[in-house]
Design a protein around this ligand. Structure first.
Ligand code: NCD
Length: 372
């Protein structure tokens, strides 16, 4: 039996494997009929514990266009979750009904927890303010299509970098390509978390600077990646009100941008891009959303090993090595799934420099007293 492969973090696929996936998506766009029954008889289950439009619909449309079937919930209150069912039990059950699962969860590490108990591939469709790897596949595919490469680019990432999972996954994924420079644009309160900055530092090739306004960066960018301020992740509504209008892209500001810069946005938009910007040929976010469906078709085929004659490679799960189960330590991130699901064991990954990261949410484990 083939090993079950999951997509939990954007770096679970090597850059070569991503290239293959994107070529497959190109093929699908060129000749969609050829793929119309590629996943016939297969079932996708969508487990959405949090609202979604693009991600869930694009996965469902992707499976339908491949000739497969779908089942699932978009409101956990209508499933046994409302009765208190745990993630391990839910995924064990659906492993017997479906061939592949997509999970969105409000708590960091939820899909990772599911993957540990699953007999079918689990795809992370967003876990709290942590990661959103399939949005990143869509983003990378669009950048590759528009700019012709994924390296040596200057990328402005703007908005709620603290809570915006798409910004975390994009930053991590792009740091594996040489020569990329980031300009991280946000108010002080919404800066990129230190574990992501640590990933950029560890990449050895990415460089970044942090600024507060779009104006300080826009003239030097190849890509401007806008995001909304994530209201649902604020515990204090006053704090949200204070920062919500900090970075807004306007037609006026676009005048200072290079003529070949592209504007991306994972959507939904609130007010961070003035609607008039949509008319600008550099605005690519609606095209980006459509690309998401084709990329997800390629992803479903790849994880189900149903790529047909085209794809010769094999996706290998390259999750970070050296997992240790440490029962005496607990993850210090209060938003980590290990604080919500009693049955989960603590798992930490030890990096080559000795840093230990929670395997569910990526938080760095602080050294305990007395530890050097
Ligand atoms: C994003 C998400 O859910 O994180 N949406 C999406 O999947 N395209 C972005 C967001 O909600 O701001």
């Amino acid at each position: 039996m083939l090993e079950v492969r999951h997509l939990i973090e954007p770096t679970d696929f090597s850059t070569q494997e991503l290239d293959d996936l994107f070529s497959l998506a190109d093929h699908v766009i060129q000749d969609p009929k050829r793929y119309g029954s590629q996943c016939k008889g297969k079932i996708l289950v969508t487990l959405f514990y949090e609202p979604s439009t693009r991600t869930r619909f694009s996965f469902e449309a992707a499976m339908m266009r491949l000739g497969g079937n779908i089942l699932g919930f978009s409101d956990p209150d209508s499933s046994s979750v409302a009765k208190g069912e745990s993630i391990p039990d839910t995924i064990r059950i659906v492993s017997g009904y479906a061939d592949i699962a997509v999970m969105r969860h409000p708590i960091e590490g939820g899909p990772k927890a599911a993957s540990l108990y699953s007999r079918i591939p689990v795809i992370n469709a967003g876990d709290g303010g942590h990661q959103h790897p399939t949005q990143t596949l869509t983003d990378l595919y669009t950048i590759r299509a528009k700019k012709g490469r994924l390296d040596h680019l200057t990328i402005g990432i703007c908005g709620d970098l603290k809570h915006g999972r798409t910004t975390h996954s994009l930053a991590m994924a792009m740091s594996r390509y040489p020569g990329n420079r980031y300009v991280l644009i946000s108010p002080e309160e919404l800066r990129m978390p230190s574990y992501i900055l640590g990933e950029l530092d560890r990449s050895g090739s990415a460089t970044y600077r942090q600024v507060k306004t779009i104006e300080e960066a826009i003239g030097q960018l190849d890509i401007l990646y806008m995001t909304r301020v994530q209201r649902e992740r604020f515990s204090d509504p006053k704090e949200y009100e204070r920062v919500k209008d900090a970075c807004i892209l306007t037609v006026e500001k676009m005048k200072a941008a290079p003529s070949d810069m592209i504007v991306l946005h994972p959507l939904p938009r609130v007010n961070e891009i003035e609607p008039e910007v949509d008319q600008d040929p550099r605005a690519c976010y609606f095209q980006q959303a459509e690309n998401g469906m084709y990329v997800r078709m390629a992803l479903l085929m790849t994880l189900l090993d149903e790529t047909g004659d085209f794809y010769k490679g094999k996706i290998v799960h390259v999750n970070r090595p050296m997992i240790s189960v440490v029962e005496t330590e607990i993850c210090q991130n209060p938003k980590c799934i290990t604080h919500y699901e009693a049955a989960l064991r603590q798992r930490f990954v030890t990096l080559s420099n000795g840093t230990r990261l929670c395997d569910y949410c990526g938080a760095v484990l602080e050294k305990s007293k007395g530890e050097k």
